[in-house]
Design a protein around this ligand. Structure first.
Ligand code: PXP
Length: 241
């Protein structure tokens, strides 16, 4: 079954709006795992507008599931992940000022940077993943530079879901099959939600993990975290039947 990793950035955004410690990020991450999510994802950014480096250090000891840290591989980011040693690091090509990740890696021009970093992460026992589009050449590049997995950038699917879901999912099912053939594991994320997730999971083979933040935390405002996590898990579970 595809694992659900909950991105807790937005809980930190809410906390940071007032300073102080409400809502409590650590307690929320514990609850999310108790409610059945199989992982916690964080994406610390250089301006620390949501998750801080200190949050990442404090989360590590309470993770009983899988810890996935996403980010651009700056020196500071690499120092942090080599200190914290999560289960998985997902590298994204984001510039420091983007609002949210908005593109996958162009692997070729970054190949030597990625090769060095991926091998250092692997030598430290950390599984690696590269955020990437459905482009076959980019996916092949991910395998060539030594990634363990890719994370498919799902925003184009989410955008097209309401008007033409069947068509929109095809590049993702093809990309996942191609990645599997290249020996890569397949994760996915960005703009997945309770409406588009089930169809995505039903149609994309080899899907090991989805990381979902914005929509899940927004849904939790209405339904609560426990019910919301169950809703998202059901979208993934029903796929297996
Ligand atoms: N994957 C990556 C690389 C991201 O940057 C984000 C957003 O932080 C996500 C997945 C999760 O996206 P969303 O918040 O839209 O669920």
């Amino acid at each position: 079954m595809t694992q659900l990793s909950v991105n807790v950035n937005k809980i930190a955004t809410l906390r940071n709006a007032r300073g102080g410690n409400v809502p409590n990020l650590i307690q929320a991450a514990k609850s999310i795992q108790t409610f059945g999510a199989q992982g916690i994802t964080v994406h610390p950014r250089p301006d620390a507008r949501h998750i801080t480096y200190q949050d990442v250090r404090e989360l590590k000891p309470i993770i009983s599931t899988e810890f996935n840290i996403e980010g651009y591989p700056s020196r500071e980011f690499l120092r942090l992940v080599l200190e914290v040693k999560p289960h998985q690091v997902t590298l994204v090509p984001d510039g420091p000022d983007v609002l949210t990740s908005c593109a996958g890696w162009q692997v070729k021009p970054n190949a030597s940077l990625l090769e060095d970093i991926l091998s250092e992460l692997k030598n430290n026992g950390i599984r690696t993943s590269l955020f990437v589009s459905t482009d076959a050449a980019e996916i092949e590049g991910c395998a060539r530079v030594g990634a363990d997995r890719i994370e498919l950038y799902t925003e184009p699917y989410a955008q097209a879901f309401h008007s033409h879901a069947a068509e929109a999912v095809i590049p993702f099912s093809k990309a996942a099959t191609f990645a599997h053939g290249c020996g890569l594991g397949v994760n996915a994320g960005h703009d997945l939600d309770a409406r588009n997730l089930r169809f995505f999971a039903q149609n994309v083979p080899y899907l090991e993990e989805v990381s979902i933040g914005h929509a899940l935390i927004a849904d939790a405002l209405y339904d609560g975290l426990e019910t919301t996590i169950q809703t998202y898990l059901n979208c993934l579970n029903e796929t297996a039947e």
